[in-house]
Design a binder for this molecule. Structure first.
Ligand SMILES: Cc1cc2nc3c(=O)[nH]c(=O)nc-3n(C[C@H](O)[C@H](O)[C@H](O)COP(=O)(O)OP(=O)(O)OC[C@H]3O[C@@H](n4cnc5c(N)ncnc54)[C@H](O)[C@@H]3O)c2cc1C
Length: 421
């Protein structure tokens, strides 16, 4: 296929690819997005849509490691790991375990604080234009607890959040019930994380795709990238299911497929898929007014206009896309525990998606040393919908030839794994 040589070719039409295109188009660049599916798709389609400036912890932490090991042989737990499979995943797991230290968490939290603050500002600005079309709202995230022990610990952590300038109200059972009458007596208390919110993910992606198209970005759907042709340490063209495409710079924003694609482009980046599920229902009998996190179950409940979505499970099982009825039923049981009187409506959609995860729990945003005209914007694990805007802004900055300011630049550098792959 003959197309004009674009300034930037972006691989992946999820939130990272589209947000990058948005800021590139704003700077006047000619941009082509290549997406193997039909937008909205990928992990950006059916997730919980939480906007979480109060959640700064990386996936790799001592607490998550402990929780992961506890659920290792639990077929319906919130986490699972397939220990079978290729050596690459085992190596990834070993690296992940090595990063589960308090020192690394402190470093990652500082990075996430910077990203979160900027992304919240950008989300608010984007929502001024189109927020009503994708149900953008910041009514807080209500984290609820079914055990006194977990609630007590969360109340202590809320103090730390308040000290860090992220207002968090500790609410007893009555106050929680007043805020969300659908929550039942099993709920012993909750924390209202005030700066947080939610959006409808697929509507947000639809909005972004339309907006960037209106600004001249060319989106080629059902176009799969197979690999890259390189010369003298730079990519010359991409091989796709529609033929070869030439460009000056390339952005790899292929979500959970980033590891696979990077290997095919000759620059290994350890991104592993982590499967999660969501079930979307027609509106329940008792309304839910704001997003709720069922903490012990690790299940998110998000009101999305006239529907309600349950989302959860983190399954490190490669690209095994099987859907486990037992896991889905466990999520529904969890919902019944916390929201017992709210009969949910008919199932609209059952979905699974793959979160893009790195072994140090931080995204990869930066320029590869080789191929030197390849930028990467991926690896946001559980926070990609939220961190899409700041990632797009930073990637557009990199495309202009400007480096990311430190310490962000070093912490997010996609070359950081190269010597130790
Ligand atoms: C159950 C669940 C709940 C979640 N909840 C939240 C939440 O509440 N808040 C939050 O912030 N995040 C959440 N996430 C995480 C969030 O969904 C991801 O971090 C984010 O969507 C990643 O965006 P992306 O653009 O990197 O990847 P994707 O959205 O997956 O986009 C990558 C795209 O690249 C395309 N692609 C891949 N390979 C190729 C190729 N070779 N050629 C062409 N195209 C290609 C794919 O088809 C895909 O569309 C959740 C995820 C899951 C699974």
């Amino acid at each position: 296929m003959e197309t004009p040589k674009a300034d930037v070719i972006v691989v992946g039409g999820g939130v990272m690819g589209l947000m990058t295109s948005y800021y590139l188009a704003q700077k006047g660049a000619s941009v082509v997005v290549l997406e193997k599916g039909r937008i909205p798709c990928g992990s950006s389609y059916g997730n919980a849509g939480l906007i979480v400036p109060s959640h700064l912890q990386p996936l790799c932490s001592p607490a998550n490691l402990k929780e992961g090991l506890r659920h290792l042989f639990n077929p319906v737990g919130p986490f699972s790991i397939a220990l079978t499979g290729n050596g690459r995943r085992l190596l990834w797991l070993a690296r992940f375990a090595r990063h589960c230290t308090a020192e690394h968490v402190a470093k990652a939290v500082a990075v996430y604080r910077d990203l979160a603050d900027r992304s919240t500002t950008l989300h608010d600005a984007l929502a001024q234009e189109g927020g009503s079309s994708y149900d953008y709202a910041r009514k807080g995230l209500l984290c609820v607890y079914a055990t006194e022990k977990a609630f007590r610990q969360a109340s202590e952590e809320a103090e730390a959040l308040n000290r860090a300038g992220r207002p968090a109200q500790v609410l007893d059972a009555d106050a929680v019930h007043r805020l969300e009458p659908a929550l039942g007596p099993r709920c012993v208390g909750g924390i209202l994380q005030e700066p947080d919110g939610s959006l409808n993910p697929s509507a947000f992606i639809d909005y972004l795709a339309k907006t960037v198209r209106d600004r001249g970005v060319f989106i080629l759907e059902e176009t799969e990238v197979f690999g890259a042709e390189t010369s003298r340490g730079a990519i010359v063209s991409l091989w796709t299911s529609r033929g070869s495409l030439r460009g000056h710079q390339f952005v790899l924003a292929a979500g959970a497929w980033t590891g696979l694609m990077a290997r095919r482009m000759g620059c290994p980046i350890p991104v592993e898929p982590a499967k999660g599920f969501s079930i979307t229902y027609d509106a329940p009998t008792l309304p839910v007014f704001r997003p709720i996190l069922l903490e012990e179950a690790r299940v998110a409940v998000t009101p999305l206009g006239s529907s309600l979505r349950l989302a959860g499970v983190l399954d490190l099982c490669g690209f095994d896309d099987s859907v486990s009825l037992r896991r889905l039923r466990a999520m529904e049981r969890d919902m019944k525990t916390y929201l017992p009187d709210s009969a949910h409506g008919a199932v609209r959609e059952i979905w699974r998606g793959f979160r893009p995860c790195t072994p140090d729990g931080l995204p990869v945003i930066g320029r590869m040393r080789r191929p030197r005209n390849l930028l990467v914007a991926a690896g946001h694990a559980t926070k990609g919908m939220f961190l899409g805007p700041v990632t797009g802004e930073l990637t557009a900055l990199l495309a202009e030839g400007r480096p990311l300011p430190d310490p962000l630049g070093t912490a997010l550098d996609p070359n950081r794994f190269a010597d130790r792959f």
